[in-house]
Write a protein of this length. Structure first.
Length: 89
């Protein structure tokens, strides 16, 4: 919108609205990846990190994929420790 003094902006932002998609689920996607890595490598580090990120994504940011991230993080943590005990024993 232009003012009567020329082509100066009135200070209103007329950008495009934010499209819903992968950018809304960043923490959940990172948590899913960390949980999957935690299943095979260092489950206490990667699985727990994925689980913490999933909890933050679920309760603080209300992301859509956070429930899946919680499940993958828990499986990565617990399953990785069980798999490590089987391989070590």
């Amino acid at each position: 919108m232009a003012t009567q003094y020329g082509n100066q902006s009135t200070g209103r932002y007329h950008g495009t609205p934010k499209a819903a998609g992968a950018s809304d689920n960043v923490l959940s996607i990172i948590a899913i990846v960390l949980g999957a890595i935690g299943l095979l490598f260092l489950p206490i580090v990667f699985g727990l990190g994925g689980l913490i990120l999933a909890v933050v994504a679920k309760f603080a940011r209300h992301e859509r994929l956070s429930t899946i991230a919680l499940i993958v993080g828990a499986v990565g943590l617990i399953g990785g420790m069980i798999l490590g005990a089987i391989v070590a024993g």
